[in-house]
Ligand binder design. Structure first.
Ligand code: 5GP
Ligand code: MN
Length: 356
C-alpha cells in the first residue's frame, strides 16, 4: 500500500512545486513591500520547537532587526536546553509562561511570521490569537498540505529545512550581505538538525551551497555540532541504554522500534530533548527501512511517536493515516492516547496493513 501512497504523495508534491516556482517571485515582491516601512513583528515557531524552528525564527529576527523593525520571537512552550546557546535565546518569550504580554504583542503586531509549521492548530490557543490579529501573516514552511491562513505563503515540502528556505528568502530579498555570524549559526543549526546531519534525501547541492555561504559568514560547523550533539547528561546516556535494550526488530517488515515508559523516563530524570536522536539508532540497522520511537508522557496523557524511514517509504503518510500526525517523507511524528500496550498492538496492526 505504501508505494501507491508514496506515488500519489510525490505527484501532489511535484504539481505543487511547479506552482511554487511560479509563485515565489510574487511572494518575495509582496514581502519586500511589507518590509519597506518600520513595523512591529512577531515571529513564531511550532509547539515543542526544534533546532529548525528556533534556528529559523532567530535567524529571521536577526535580519528583520537589522532592517530597523522591532521584533519578538514568541515560542508556544519551552524548547530543549541544547538549543539555549542560540544567539537571541535570552530574549525569546515563552507563550505559556507569558500569555498576557504575548497576546498583546500578537494583537498589536503589524506582521506575524509563522515558521516551520503550516496549520495554526499546531500551536493551540496561540493559533486562535493569531487568527484574530489584524497583522499580515507570513508562513515560511516545508511541510505538506498547508492551511490557508497566511497573506504571504512560502511553502515548499521539497525543502529540507525551514532554515534553508529562510536562507533562500534572504537571498531573494537581496540581503545575503546581512547574514552575520549569529544569523549564519542559527541557519546552520536548523539545516543540520532537520537533515539528520545532511543525510536525508531532501539535501541537495543547493543545501550545500547555502551551507558554504553560512560558513563563509562565520558559522563554526564543528562548534555547533558539539553544542548540539555533545552536551548530554550521564542520565541521558542511561536512558539511551534502556531504549536500546527495549528495541524490537521485526525482520519481515524491515522495521525496528523502541518503547520508553514514563517510569523509565523518571528513573533517568528525563528532561525535554533527552530522547532526541534515539529513533535513528533503529534506522542504523542495515535491514531496517522504517523506525519508530514511542515515548509515554503521562502528564500530557499521550504517547508521543517519532517515525523515520529510508528511501521512498513515506512515514508522514503512515503518521497521518494512523497516528493523527504528519511531517516529511523520511521524518514524521504523531501521537496516541491509548496505553503503551494498546499503542504497540495498534502500531503492529497498522504496519501490517501499510506495508502489505
Ligand atoms: P520528531 O519525530 O523529531 O518529533 O518530528 C519529525 C517531524 O515530524 C518534524 O518535521 C515535525 O514537524 C513532524 N511532526 C512531529 N510530530 C508531529 C505531529 O504531531 N503532527 C504533525 N503534523 N507533524 C509532526
Ligand atoms: Mn523543519
Amino acid at each position: 500500500m505504501y508505494r501507491i501512497e508514496y506515488q500519489m504523495y510525490k505527484k501532489r508534491t511535484n504539481t505543487y512545486n511547479s506552482y511554487l516556482c511560479f509563485m515565489i517571485e510574487d511572494q518575495l515582491e509582496k514581502l519586500k513591500r511589507l518590509l519597506d516601512k518600520p513595523a512591529t513583528v512577531v515571529i513564531i515557531p511550532h509547539k515543542n520547537p526544534d533546532g529548525d524552528a528556533m534556528g529559523s525564527c532567530l535567524a529571521l529576527q536577526g535580519v528583520i532587526n537589522q532592517l530597523g523593525h522591532s521584533s519578538t520571537v514568541v515560542a508556544p512552550n519551552e524548547y530543549p536546553t541544547f538549543l539555549h546557546w542560540l544567539p537571541g535565546h535570552d530574549k525569546v518569550l515563552i507563550y505559556e509562561n507569558n500569555i498576557k504580554i504575548a497576546d498583546e504583542l500578537i494583537s498589536k503586531a503589524d506582521m506575524i511570521f509563522t515558521l516551520d509549521f503550516n496549520t495554526l492548530k499546531r500551536i493551540d490557543q496561540m493559533g486562535v490569537r493569531i487568527s484574530e490579529s489584524n497583522a499580515k501573516k507570513i508562513m515560511i514552511d516545508h511541510h505538506q498540505e498547508p492551511d490557508n491562513y497566511a497573506d504571504i505563503m512560502f511553502s515548499n515540502p521539497a525543502m529540507g529545512s525551514t532554515c534553508e528556505f529562510v536562507f533562500q528568502i534572504i537571498e531573494g530579498l537581496g540581503l545575503l550581505k546581512n547574514i552575520d555570524k549569529d544569523i549564519a549559526s542559527c541557519l546552520y543549526t536548523g539545516i543540520v538538525t532537520d537533515t539528520g546531519s545532511f543525510r536525508f534525501p531532501s539535501v541537495t547541492a543547493a543545501t550545500h551551497r547555502a551551507v558554504a555561504t553560512l560558513i563563509d559568514a562565520g558559522a563554526k560547523h564543528s562548534q555547533i555540532h558539539e553544542k548540539i550533539k555533545d552536551n548530554s547528561r550521564p542520565d541521558r546516556l542511561k536512558l539511551l541504554g534502556i531504549a536500546l535494550k527495549n528495541m524490537v526488530f521485526i525482520a519481515k517488515h524491515r522495521v525496528a522500534y523502541i518503547i520508553i515508559s514514563q517510569d523509565e523516563l523518571d528513573a533517568c530524570n528525563y528532561q525535554k530533548g533527552d530522547t532526541e536522536g534515539f529513533v535513528n539508532y533503529c534506522l542504523s540497522i542495515a535491514e531496517v527501512e522504517m523506525a519508530a520511537l514511542m515515548t509515554e508522557h503521562k502528564k500530557d496523557n499521550m504517547i508521543k511517536i517519532s517515525f523515520r524511514s529510508k528511501g521512498d517509504l513515506a512515514v508522514n503518510v503512515f503518521a497521518k493515516t494512523y497516528f493523527e500526525g504528519g511531517g516529511h517523507i523520511n521524518a514524521a511524528g504523531g501521537k496516541s492516547e491509548k496505553s503503551l500496550q494498546e499503542t504497540e498492538a495498534y502500531f503492529l496492526k497498522s504496519l501490517a496493513t501499510f506495508l502489505s
